[in-house]
Design a protein around this ligand. Sequence first.
Ligand code: NAP
Length: 517
Amino acid sequence: MSGPPGAAGPAAAPASRICLCLTGASLEQDAALLRRERRWVDLVELRADFLAPAELAHLARFPALVDLPVILTLRRAEDGGRCAEADRRRLLREALAGAGPGGAGYAFVELEHDFSDPELEGAARARGCRVIRSFYDLHGVPAGLAARVRRLARRAGERGELAKAEVRVRGSRDQRRLAEAFRDLRGVEKILLGLGEYGSFSRILAGKLGSWLACCSPACAEGEPEVATEGQTDPRVLTELYRFRSIGPETAVYGVVGNPVAHSRSPHLHNPGFTALGLDAVYVPFLADELPEFLRTARALGIRGLSVTVPFKEQALRLARSAEDEARAVGAANTLLAGTAGGRGGWRAANTDVAGFLAPLQRQAPALLEPGAGAVVLGAGGAARAVVYALTRQGLKVLVLNRTPARARALARRFGCQWGGLEAREAARLGGGPALIVQTTSVGLGGAGDPLPEYAFRAGQVVYDLVYGSGPTPFLARALAAGCRTVDGLAMLQAQAEAQFRLFTGSEPPGGGLGRG
Ligand code: NAP
C-alpha cells in the first residue's frame, strides 16, 4: 500500500505555467480579457488567426499592451487554425520585426515542425524571441507519441527551441496513450497537451507530468470559439480549486472517474480538504469511456486513489484485485485504492456509499432506522444497491420500485425485499404510506423531472433524494411543499467523501468535515 501524501513543501521554481489563450477579434478585446484574468495567469498566447483582418497590421504593438510574456501564434487551417499559409510568413515577419512602444516584443513565436524559414527564425532569435516548435494531431493520440515528441524535443533543444505537441484525446484509449507518453518523456523539456474533456487531466496535472505550460480559457468568456475552449479549464479554477502552481512531480494524485463527470462536486470537497491539511495532493475529474483502459492510464499517472461514479461502480468491483466486505456485499465499489502507487499491486475496492447514505439519517431521523420499520426505494441501479443493502442490514422492510421491473426484482431478491414497477399505487403497498422514501433514480439530475409525479406525499414522511444539484430536485420540492422532512443528495455526497478522504489520506477530514465550511 502506498503511503499517505506528504506535506506540501516550500514554494520552488514553477513546475509549469498557466497560459491564457486569447482568441478575440481585436487586440483591445484580447488585452481586456487578459486584464480580467491577469492574476491567475503566467503568460498569454495570442491566437492572431482569430483577429479581424484590419487588426493584423498592428500585431507588433500587442506585447506592449500587456505586462506578461506573449506567444505569437498564427495557426494554419490544417492544424485547426484560420490563417492562410500565403499570409503567414509576411505577418509573422512584420510582427517580429517591428517592436511596439518601449521595444517590447514577442517572447515566443509558434512555428510548426515542418515549417522552415531561416530568415524568419534568425530574426526571432536576434530579438530574443524563442521558437516553440509544434505539431498537432486533431484526429487522436498517435501510437508512438513519446518517440515523436522526443525527436522533436531533441531537434528543438539543439536550436534553443521548445517542443510542443497537442493531440486530441477522444476516449480512454487515447487517454492511456497520452499518459504513457508523459511517463516515457519524464525529464524532457516540452509542452504536451491533450485536447478535449478526456484530455483535461493533462492541463490540470501539467506540473506533475512535466508540460512546460498548460493552456486555459475562461469558462464563461462570451463569444469564445469552440476551437479555443475545447476541454480547456478556467484559469481561476486551475489556480484556486486545483492549486496548479503547487503541483509538482511528487504531488499525490487522486480523482473521480465516471461518464459524465464534469458536474461532479467531489473535486470541490477533496481539494479544499487537502489544502486545509497542508497535503501535497490533488483530486482531478477523469472522463472515461472504458474502465479497464482508464485503470491503465491511472497506473501510468501513478494515481493513488479513485472515487468511482456512474456507470463504472459494478465493473470497478470486478476489476479490483481485492475488496472490502461491504463492497462485496453491495456488489459495487465507489472507491478504488492503489495497492502501490498507480495500482501496480492491483486495486482494492471499497464502498463508502453505504456509510455516506446512512450518516444523514442517523443524525436526523435515527428512529426510522429501527429494525422492522418500512422504506420504499425508487430505482434499482448502482446507488440503489448501496441503499438497499444499508437499509436491510439495519433490519428494515424494503420495497424496491423501478422503471424496469426486472431490475427491481433482481435487486430485491439479492437483499430479500419486495419489488414492483415505478408506480404510485405500488408505493402504497407498505401500508399507510411509508415513513421513509429514498429516491435513487437519476431523474431530477439537472433540475428537471420527477420519477413518481402522481405520488401524493404525506406530511411527516422523510424523503431522501440522492440526486444533488444547485437546489432541491422537483421530487424533493414537492415533498417539502407537502410538509415532509427532506434530505438531499449533497448530505450523502459529503458523508461518503469524508469516508473516502480517510481511506485516501489516513487522516480525519479537516474541521467540520468536507464541504461544510
Ligand atoms: P445507474 O446505476 O445508472 O441507475 C440509474 C437508475 O435510474 C435506474 O434505476 C434507472 O432505471 C433509473 N432511471 C434512469 N432514467 C430514468 C427515467 N427516465 N425514469 C425512471 N427511472 C429512470 O445510476 P446510479 O449509480 O444508481 O445513480 C443514480 C443517481 O444517484 C445519479 O443521479 C447519481 O448522481 C446519484 N448518486 C448520488 C450519490 C450521492 O452521494 N448523493 C451517490 C450515488 C449516486 P432503469 O433500471 O429502468 O434504467
